[in-house]
Design a protein around this ligand. Structure first.
Ligand SMILES: [Fe+2]
Length: 258
């Protein structure tokens, strides 16, 4: 079976690309399930309930988030009620919502999706290492196929977690840096991984943001309001082929002009 993953959907250009192409991509790759990271859907930071619903309506089975999960009004209540829109599982005991979803793929195979935040160079409430083993056990008890979206800054942390989970999950897909890395591989135990799956959004930019604004903030260190760029829109992510028992056989990176 095949799982399609779209990395960090950024702003209006990213969301439009998902709405225009996700159904077609599912067909083209014969995907049984689609996971979309929607962490930057609302103008580049966070997601609103309306946008989360739009990503689901566009063909996402599960939407994952990250460090900006709670940036937008109304989303806490939405996450508390949603079974398919995940905030990071290590967001802290008081954070509304859930970090683990169990859904049925086309054909009936159950798939567990787990969203986790890295702790290196990020203000993360709970270390992912403290919670990941119990969460993976819970996921495996519920589903043979387990996909982890590890939203983290450091390549080292993402590589380390993937190797730690090798043989226990189907895939560990890195997100957050918006720059797709050239290291997709199947680890010896049968876990597919890539350090970062990239960004679905405008690539003529500084990781999605209008370059002039990002540069102005860096040069002056003054507050500058970021806006999404609009050029060079690509859909990026990965397609993982796995057995129905959850062992990965292949990972292919997606990098498609919208
Ligand atoms: Fe992020």
């Amino acid at each position: 079976m095949r799982i399609l993953f779209l990395a960090d959907v950024f702003g209006v250009p990213g969301r439009r690309a998902v709405e225009a192409h996700l159904v077609g991509l599912r067909e083209r790759y014969d995907a049984d399930l689609a996971i979309v990271n929607g962490e930057n859907a609302a103008d580049g930071a966070g997601i609103t309930p309306k946008l989360a619903d739009r990503l689901l309506a566009a063909g996402a089975d599960v939407v994952t988030l990250g460090n900006h999960a709670y940036r937008r009004g109304g989303i806490a209540e939405y996450l508390a009620a949603s079974e398919r829109v995940l905030r990071p599982a290590n967001a802290g005991a008081l954070a509304p919502g859930r970090g683990l979803a169990v859904v049925e793929a086309r054909g009936g195979v159950r798939v567990a999706v787990l969203n986790l935040l890295g702790q290196l160079f990020m203000p993360t409430p709970v270390s992912p290492w403290e919670v990941v083993d119990a969460l993976v056990e819970e996921a495996r008890a519920a589903a043979p196929v387990v996909v982890v979206d590890f939203h983290a800054e450091a390549t080292s942390e993402k590589a380390a977690l993937a190797i730690w989970l090798d043989g226990r999950v189907t895939a560990v897909i890195g997100t957050h840096t918006h720059v797709q890395t050239n290291d997709a591989r199947i680890l010896p135990g049968g876990t597919a991984t890539v350090t970062d799956a990239g960004m679905t959004g405008p690539h003529d930019s500084v990781i999605g943001v209008r370059a002039d604004l990002a540069i102005a903030r860096m040069r002056t260190q003054l507050p500058v309001r970021f806006e999404p760029a609009d050029g060079g829109v690509r859909l990026e992510g990965a397609v993982v082929t796995c057995t129905e028992t959850g062992r990965a056989e292949q990972i292919e990176l997606l990098r498609l002009p919208a």
